[in-house]
Design a protein around this ligand. Structure first.
Ligand SMILES: Nc1ncnc2c1ncn2[C@@H]1O[C@H](COP(=O)(O)OP(=O)(O)OP(=O)(O)O)[C@@H](O)[C@H]1O
Ligand SMILES: [Mg+2]
Length: 322
């Protein structure tokens, strides 16, 4: 049995001379949750669209379970589930009828599609909404139904493009739980996200994509372990100001500085010296230290370390468009 659910070789895409994806290679193992993590405009959706046969690569190849997307597009489309950022369901059809309609498109026999639709409504907590029009659902419910519809033909892999973007905290959590359950039932999951915490919670392996290039690819654990674990300093202070970050970054021994409200997370390769210089600097700046802790690095720390990107870039959330 083909062990790679997805294989991508030197994939590139140019839009009128602008290279959105610049020759990337990676594979997704059967049975894993694979995260494609990157800031807005990194090339996540473009890559996903090529692998799922919705767009053509300018260069390179993509395979799904060993089948070439270019040469065997129909086979690939029949064996995958795709959940785009903007729902492809019909606003004027009910929840149940949407599932039946999509089942018809996949050629499922009448009895099977009805059974499958009922099961999916159960699995995705939508039974009570079966007769409600898609247009009248909440954002979270729309997203759940769109995922359910993508599973109607029991694909072995599902592609999710930013599944929780635009949802509130509770709906996002609910959806993440459903994604985990789906994974436990044996479905391989390819998910794009710009949410680092989400990638950390859900994914076994993560590729970090920035400006069309993969800058890191490893298990979530290994990405975090790229940072020595004893070198993270967390200081709570009573106020922040813009110049403080710059001054802290310039101190010898300081590698990265991340501000999170009144918390400063500092990565250092010389903890002994910064434990003296940082409090001195804060005192000079008349900033009061409320607490000091050391901690293991999070994926956020690894991300900043690996990409050099500002975390604020990643926190920009987009409105859900459906
Ligand atoms: N059809 C297109 N025509 C021209 N440029 C495009 C097209 N689709 C995408 N791009 C450009 O390619 C780059 C990558 O876009 P893509 O949608 O793949 O990014 P993304 O990582 O999915 O970002 P986001 O987090 O905002 O969804 C962007 O600069 C985008 O403007
Ligand atoms: Mg996108």
């Amino acid at each position: 049995m083909e062990n790679k659910a997805v294989e991508v070789r030197d994939l590139a895409k140019s839009f009128h001379g602008f290279w959105a994806v610049k020759g990337i290679s990676f594979s997704v193992h059967r049975g894993e949750i694979f995260g494609f993590l990157g800031p807005n405009g990194a090339g996540k959706t473009t890559t996903l669209r090529i692998i799922t046969g919705l767009s053509r690569a300018t260069r390179g190849e993509a395979y799904v379970f060993g089948h070439s997307v270019r040469k065997e597009e129909i086979w690939v489309k029949e064996h995958i589930g795709v959940v785009p950022e903007i729902s492809n369901l019909y606003p004027e059809l009910s929840v149940f009828d949407n599932l039946i309609f999509i089942g018809q498109l996949y050629g499922l026999p009448k009895k099977e599609r009805s059974e499958r639709a009922h099961q999916l409504l159960k699995d995705f907590d939508l039974e009570q909404k079966r007769n409600v029009l898609f247009a009248k659902l909440s954002k979270g419910m729309k997203r759940r139904l769109t995922i359910a519809a993508a599973l109607i033909h029991k694909p072995a892999i599902i592609f999710l493009d930013e599944p929780t973007t635009g949802l509130d905290v509770a709906s996002s959590r609910h959806l993440r739980l459903l994604i985990k359950k789906l994974h436990q039932s044996g479905v391989t999951i390819f998910l794009t996200t710009h949410n680092i915490a989400e990638a950390e919670q859900l994914c076994q392996r993560i590729a970090i994509i920035v400006k069309g290039k993969i800058v890191a690819l490893n298990t979530t654990q290994a990405l975090k372990q790229k940072l020595p674990s004893d070198n993270l300093l967390i200081i709570k202070i009573d106020r922040t100001d813009k110049s403080l970050r710059q001054k802290l970054s310039k101190l010898s021994g300081v590698k990265t500085v991340i501000f999170e409200n009144s918390l400063i997370r500092i990565q250092s390769d010389d903890l002994n010296s910064v434990l003296i210089t940082i409090p001195n600097l804060l005192q000079q700046e008349r900033v009061k230290i409320l607490s000091v802790n050391t901690s293991s690095p999070s994926l956020e720390d690894a991300f900043v370390h690996l990409t050099g990107l500002d975390l604020e870039l990643m926190k920009i959330d987009k409105e859900m468009k459906s």
